[in-house]
Design a binder for this molecule. Structure first.
Ligand code: C5P
Length: 238
């Protein structure tokens, strides 16, 4: 469950509302930029370990140092861009391994907001799914616990990175929900049916008039429509 709020009190209110459903939470740049590590700690007091989605992308030394600073927060996982390359990924994995509690490094392959056309504009001529597979392979070779990809590429990622690779999928949209800035989307049941381990859903829930009902509807769709993922249908971050 993506708590994409800059204000900590808003994120905490939403977490409190949705916590009874048993989902895990993801917080991102907007909250971290405003509240920093203290904000993460205050959130985790209420929610347990979160996925800290900062999508780090810099030279290996800088990312390694950043992960060294973040890892003691005791988050469930951290995200970084696979496009930072194998040395950067390895620097992050090594730094995360030094934390008192293990921190999963999850590599973002191709942002779910991008489509093939934009990828071409960026100079990437490889077909999108192939690019995702290449980045997933690279991330696993560098020791990342898993990758972030769209639900449309879960099977491709599994083929490339193996059955033990955690696959986290944003770009999840219940039927009829607005895609907004997401380009590669699928329904919750489709994502889970394809074999995603963790589904990320934000605005279809946080933007709903009744967020709890919206989340419950997604959970019901998952229970009805598809086998459960290895760590539970919606953990961490329904
Ligand atoms: O509101 P929505 O369901 O689109 O939220 C998706 C969440 O997943 C956001 O927090 C976004 O930053 C994150 N995310 C993404 N695409 C990625 C990686 C993370 O949308 N490739």
């Amino acid at each position: 469950m993506a708590l994409d709020f800059g204000a900590l009190d808003e994120a905490l209110r939403m977490a409190e509302l949705l916590r009874p459903s048993g989902v895990r939470f993801k917080i991102g740049l907007e909250l971290f930029c405003r509240h920093g590590p203290d904000g993460v700690a205050r959130m985790q007091e209420r929610t347990g370990p979160v996925l800290l989605d900062l999508k780090l992308h810099d030279i290996p030394h800088t990312v390694g140092q950043a992960v060294r600073s973040l890892a003691p927060l005791g988050v469930w996982g951290l995200t970084l861009h696979a496009g930072g390359g194998p040395v950067m990924l390895r620097a992050a994995v090594d730094a995360a391994a030094q934390a008192p509690a293990p921190v999963r490094c999850l590599a973002v392959t191709v942002l779910t907001s991008l489509d093939e056309q934009v990828l071409h504009v960026l100079g990437v001529r490889t077909p999108l799914a192939q690019q995702v597979a290449a980045l997933a392979t690279l991330a696993r070779a560098a020791g990342c616990a898993g990758v972030v990809a769209s639900p449309q590429e879960v099977r491709t990622v599994r083929g490339a990175a193996g059955p033990d690779c955690l696959v986290v999928t944003p770009g999840v949209r219940p039927r009829g929900a607005a895609a907004a800035d997401q380009a590669r989307v699928a329904t919750p049941a489709e994502a889970l049916g394809a074999g995603a381990d963790h589904l990320v859903v934000g605005r279809p829930i946080t933007g709903a008039r009744d967020p709890r009902a919206a989340l419950e509807a997604i959970l019901e769709e998952l229970v009805a429509g598809a086998p459960r993922g290895r760590e539970g249908a919606l953990g961490p971050e329904a």
